[in-house]
Ligand binder design. Structure first.
Ligand SMILES: [Zn+2]
Length: 76
């Protein structure tokens, strides 16, 4: 089973939930974030979601509290 990851817009806080998609804009439910059309933009603030400077970040699914959590937030 593929786990579809949700993505959050850092600009406005909008969360793209792939299980729901965005039917108002023609995005079928169960559409992975990576499969969104190139011209898809945040429905709230309008930022593009698929540029290299995308403001969207993957939301890690909770449930690893007891495991080895590795942080990858080193900005360098
Ligand atoms: Zn946004």
């Amino acid at each position: 089973m593929d786990e579809l990851d949700s993505f959050r817009c850092l600009v406005c806080g909008f969360i793209y939930d792939p299980e729901r998609g965005d039917p108002r804009r023609g995005i079928e439910p169960l559409t992975a974030f990576e499969d969104l059309p190139d011209d898809y933009t945040c429905p709230v603030c309008g930022v593009s979601v698929l540029t290299q400077n995308s403001a969207f970040v993957r939301i890690e699914t909770a449930g690893h509290a007891c495991g080895s959590y590795r942080s990858s937030q080193n900005g360098a």
